[in-house]
Design a protein around this ligand. Structure first.
Ligand SMILES: Cc1ncc(COP(=O)(O)O)c(C=O)c1O
Length: 283
């Protein structure tokens, strides 16, 4: 496997990262996951804008990102997946510092790491829906930063797997925030509702695109807080994300949502979303 480290494309066995990297010791880093629908990266600029936001909020030096698309395309070619649906993973940590201490020197050189891997769409889940569970949101108050400190999400994913759920939906003070790796919206009648952007949710790129689709297709939408009760009583629930795309949730904690089947507005949004990446690829 070929990957990218600090400006070089290397074979995985050639890669050396210091054990004193602050990413390893403190999760002192940020990341992005970008979808590749042959033969283009989807919403690359939006992901890079968010990456820069995360880096600047964490006060990590922003490395030169201008060659990123070429490097990612080179990785796709070298790894022989140019014809496949794939994802890119980008991680930038604050870099190496010895001796270990919480406070950091401004002079550390960031560690800039990228990989690509095959990632086919989860067609079955998108078509038939998934089951999700609810959990109290115990994460920190800066979920707007795409930080690699994901242990709460990791624990939720384990809980979900044990209970046969595909996703956990978080609530804080009785209101929905987001999923462990997705944003959430509900549909009541003909209206799409999603929690407003805040420090408690990631400003998801799929969420942004879904709201744009609503605006362009004349679908009414609101950004407003959603109580757990409102979530359970809604006609449809959707989870949104780069890898999840638009996926219907048909059960929450064992209770059916609507008639327990993916609803019509979900299908409409999925169709419009697909048009976006198909047209992106033809540009
Ligand atoms: C916590 C969380 N919320 C939302 C999202 C969805 O964001 P995007 O649509 O930009 O992938 C993700 C994606 O990784 C996530 O981890």
């Amino acid at each position: 496997m070929f990957l990218f480290l600090n400006g070089n494309i290397l074979k995985s066995e050639e890669v050396r990262i210091s054990p004193f990297d602050r990413g390893f010791q403190f999760s002192d880093g940020v990341y992005e996951v970008i979808r590749y629908y042959p033969k283009k990266f989807f919403e690359l600029e939006s992901h890079l804008t968010r990456l820069k936001y995360s880096l600047s909020e964490m006060r990590i030096f922003i490395p030169d990102l201008s060659g990123i698309e070429n490097s990612l395309l080179e990785l796709i070619e070298l790894n022989g997946i140019a014809g496949e649906e794939s994802i890119a993973y980008i991680q930038i940590t604050r870099g190496t510092q010895y001796p270990r201490k919480h406070s950091y020197a401004d002079s550390t050189e960031p560690t800039f790491f990228m990989t690509v891997e095959k990632f086919p769409s989860k067609k079955n889940e998108m078509q038939n829906g998934i089951k999700a569970g609810l959990e109290e949101d115990i994460r920190w108050h800066r979920c707007d930063i795409k930080s690699t400190a994901l242990i709460a999400n990791v624990m939720s994913s384990r809980n979900a797997a044990e209970k046969g759920f595909t996703e956990i939906i978080y609530h804080r003070n009785g209101f929905i925030t987001e999923g462990a790796h997705t944003n959430v919206c509900v549909i009541t009648g003909d209206t799409v509702i999603t929690p407003p952007l805040s420090n408690f949710i990631l400003p998801g790129i799929t969420r942004k695109l879904v709201l744009e689709i609503c605006a362009e297709s004349g679908i009414t939408y609101f950004e407003k807080n959603i109580s757990v009760d409102e979530l359970k009583r809604s006609d449809e629930i959707l989870i949104l994300g780069t890898t999840t795309e638009i996926t219907p949730v048909i059960e929450i904690d064992g209770e059916k949502i609507g008639n327990g089947k993916p609803g019509p507005l979900c299908k409409k949004l999925q169709q419009e979303y697909q048009k976006l990446f198909l047209s992106n690829n033809n540009r």
